[in-house]
Design a protein around this ligand. Structure first.
Ligand SMILES: [Zn+2]
Length: 254
């Protein structure tokens, strides 16, 4: 499976940057995790809409969902000209309103709400989710593709420290984790984890690789990486355009 970082800033884009957007590719098919500002244009650098199986919005903060509106316009044109024959599947939380209502009533999407009880299917993608700790309803997702079912990635979305994430992320080949803060900047009431927390999560879940992400425009990414490397050393820092290929472990990581 390939993961292409379309955007990794939050809560607003750096100069020339983009907010959260991670494009998964397996067997020539794509799935988009989050569509923050700047993501739609970068998506079209990688694929056309007819090869995109769906969009997952981890939560409905602007830095994760604003380009879902721009994408809706593109879908509308493709539906009209016949390039697409159905609205785009969209997996999302049911609140806060009115953002949820706008997306749920958008005819260019085929929306489905997160359901943490079972695996949900989007095209050939198999998705499980779990609620995380953020000021609005937010979900982490674990994603596999049926063409390589032993390979999985986990994306935390935005979350402060949330112990159930360790079990949820267990043995994943790649963990894409909110790493917004240095430990010195973090507090228990913060909306995000620190880089150290992301590394501790990667260690306890025994994941193959950790991607640090959700960098504020002013973030010192090198310092975040150094802090995390003291705990877990299989790390990559997200940057726009970064492509990471992950494969299932040859021995079980569970
Ligand atoms: Zn965010």
């Amino acid at each position: 499976m390939n993961i292409i970082v379309l955007g990794c800033n939050g809560p607003y884009p750096a100069p020339g940057g983009a907010c959260s957007g991670y494009l998964l590719e397996s067997g020539g098919r794509f799935l988009l995790l989050d569509a923050g500002s700047g993501v739609a244009g970068r998506l079209f650098q990688q694929t056309t809409l007819d090869r995109l199986d769906g969009l997952i919005l981890s939560h409905l903060h602007w830095d994760h969902c604003s380009d879902a509106l721009a994408l809706s316009n593109a879908i509308q044109f493709e539906l009209k000209n016949g390039t697409l024959d159905a609205p785009l599947p969209l997996l999302m939380p049911d609140s806060p309103q009115p953002i949820a209502d706008i997306l749920l009533s958008d005819a260019n999407y085929s929306p489905q709400l997160f359901d943490s009880r079972c695996e949900q299917r989007i095209g050939g993608w198999l998705v499980t989710c779990t609620p995380v700790k953020h000021p609005v309803p937010a979900y982490a997702v674990r994603v596999r593709h049926e063409s390589e079912p032993l390979c999985s990635i986990v994306y935390t979305g935005d979350s402060n420290v949330h112990p159930p994430l360790a079990m949820f992320s267990k043995g994943a080949d790649l963990l894409i984790a909110d790493s917004s803060f240095l430990s010195s900047e973090w507090s228990d009431e913060a909306p995000h984890m620190s880089a150290s927390h992301a590394a501790e999560l990667a260690l306890s879940a025994n994941v193959g690789k950790l991607m640090l992400t959700h960098f504020r425009p002013e973030a010192n990414v090198k310092a975040l990486e150094e802090e995390a490397m003291n705990i877990f050393d299989r790390i990559v820092c997200a940057r726009q355009g970064l492509r990471v290929t992950v494969a299932a472990a040859t021995t079980a990581r569970e």
